[in-house]
Design a protein. Structure first.
Length: 186
């Protein structure tokens, strides 16, 4: 995965966007293309890329994920974040809100034999759905979908990872946008 440089913030810069607690708790910050900010523990390193208009940010444990073994990396705390514009999900799948989109994600997981369960909740100001896979076909067995102002966020991780709570709590919409980078459709 390609790293997008110049977006990660550390120390004082993270403290300015996250509040003074960021510097005290040894957090860094990542500013995403769609106007969101995620504070994250210094033990992680973000790697970001676009697949069409969908921004992918992998928060990887430093020094663990260099070997290319996804399962080992996931068990060490890798959290994958997808940021998807709401208009794109509506255009591609016809879902204009999170509830029907989540029903389709759940049905798709069942069709893949993954035996999922889903619960609706709230995470801060975000409406959220948590999907737990009992027999995942990926390195991750839990996904947390959040509905932002203009985008959906999907965190994928291994149950019990020590970083998921910090990442979710560190998510802020600073300048919400749903405009993908130039050339995304080529």
């Amino acid at each position: 995965m390609n790293k997008i440089t110049g977006i990660c913030l550390a120390g004082i810069a993270a403290a300015l966007l996250c509040g003074a607690a960021a510097a005290k708790e040894h957090l860094n910050g990542f500013m995403g293309h769609y106007g969101y900010f995620v504070s994250y523990p210094v033990a992680l390193e973000p790697a970001a890329d676009f697949k069409g208009p969908v921004e992918t940010v992998d928060f990887l444990p430093k020094g663990v994920c260099d070997n290319g073994k996804q399962a080992a990396c996931a068990n060490a705390g890798w959290v994958s974040l997808l940021v998807m514009p709401k208009w794109y999900i509506a255009k591609e799948n016809g879902y204009r809100s999170l509830a029907p989109y989540m029903a389709a994600v759940l049905a798709d997981s069942k069709n893949n034999g993954e035996a999922p369960t889903m619960t609706q909740t709230h995470v801060g100001k975000f409406t959220a759905y948590k999907i737990v896979l009992k027999s995942p076909k990926t390195p991750f067995n839990e996904m947390l979908y959040l509905s932002g102002e203009k985008v959906y966020y999907r965190f994928a991780y291994v149950r019990g990872t020590k970083y998921i709570n910090a990442l979710v709590k560190g998510l802020q919409e600073v300048q919400p946008s749903d405009t993908p980078p130039l050339g995304w459709d080529k």
